[in-house]
Design a protein around this ligand. Structure first.
Ligand code: NDP
Ligand code: 8X3
Length: 250
């Protein structure tokens, strides 16, 4: 029987590439996001694959639980959850950043991820099988100017993944925290609020990670034997490395 994968934020970037990767090899894939037309277009692009679009906003607790409860019987026993939906908004220093942006990042990256996890987890625990991938970031561990709340939400995801792993001892449910670095998706278009030129400039003369690289990583981990759990994985493009600490001079 085909395994079932549930992916949040499958309308773009990592989520879309991951959906395509699993669907192409015969997994049943539930694709989710707020943009219904994107979900329908992805399904239409892969006519021979088993894809179920499910449109909801992860920030809306009722919508999340309702959508997951409404899954047809044939899609209820989710084997793999990819908690990917998320965003950064703005790159201003804390004093100039917008409180509404902070709230949206918290509501999406933290609370949305928790709602989906809470809705999917009971069936995994009951069935004593499952795999949860949480999309964190290098920003969880490596601070940078303007990363303030975005990085903090991803640090939450990292620690939640580790704590979840601890709670799930004995259930056979696996958890991996995925921590990508510099990657080219629609992420920067969203962060810079539609200033595509600014987003584009960021990637000029670089070879960033692509969505397919993260999809391949998730797929490879998912195919490991059930007794193997990779707890965290930090992935950067070769062109990216570490910066030093900074000192303010008089
Ligand atoms: P994209 O902007 O390309 O994709 C983000 C996805 O999240 C979209 O499908 C979007 O769908 C979905 N999403 C955002 N808000 C909501 C919401 N409220 N409800 C439901 N879905 C939502 O970015 P990436 O693919 O790059 O990002 C995916 C994840 O990876 C994010 O969590 C991001 O923080 C993380 N990440 C990204 C990195 C990068 O450099 N690109 C590096 C490290 C981590 P829709 O708008 O249709 O709702
Ligand atoms: C996205 C990577 O460095 O822009 O999580 O925060 S970064």
């Amino acid at each position: 029987m085909s395994k079932i994968v549930f992916i949040t934020g499958a309308t773009s970037g990592f989520g879309e590439a991951t959906a395509i990767k699993f669907a192409m090899v015969g997994y049943k894939v539930i694709i989710t996001g707020r943009r219904r037309e994107r979900l329908d277009a992805l399904k239409a692009k892969l006519p021979h694959a088993d894809i179920l679009p499910l449109c909801f906003d992860v920030q809306n607790k009722e919508e999340v639980f309702q959508a997951i409860a409404s899954l047809p019987q044939a899609y209820k026993n989710i084997d793999i959850l990819v908690n990917n939906a998320g965003l950064a908004l703005g790159l201003e220093r804390a004093n100039d950043a917008h409180l509404e942006d902070w709230e949206q990042m918290i509501d999406t990256n933290i609370k949305g991820l928790l709602y989906v996890t809470k809705a999917v987890l009971p069936t995994m625990v009951k069935r004593k099988t499952g795999y949860i991938f949480n999309l964190s970031s290098t920003a969880a561990s490596w601070p940078y100017e303007g990363g303030n709340v975005y990085g903090a939400t991803k640090a939450f995801v990292k620690q939640f993944s580790l704590n979840l792993r601890t709670d799930l001892k004995g259930t056979h449910v696996r958890v991996t925290n995925i921590e990508p670095g510099f990657s080219q998706t629609e992420f920067s278009d969203v962060r810079f609020k539609g200033d595509t030129q600014k987003a584009h400039q960021l990637y000029e003369n670089t070879i960033p990670l692509l969505a397919e690289d993260i999809a391949q990583t998730i797929f490879t981990l998912a195919e490991l034997p059930a007794h193997v759990n990779v707890n965290r994985i930090e992935i950067m493009p070769t062109c990216q490395s570490y910066a030093g600490l900074v000192v303010e001079k008089k």
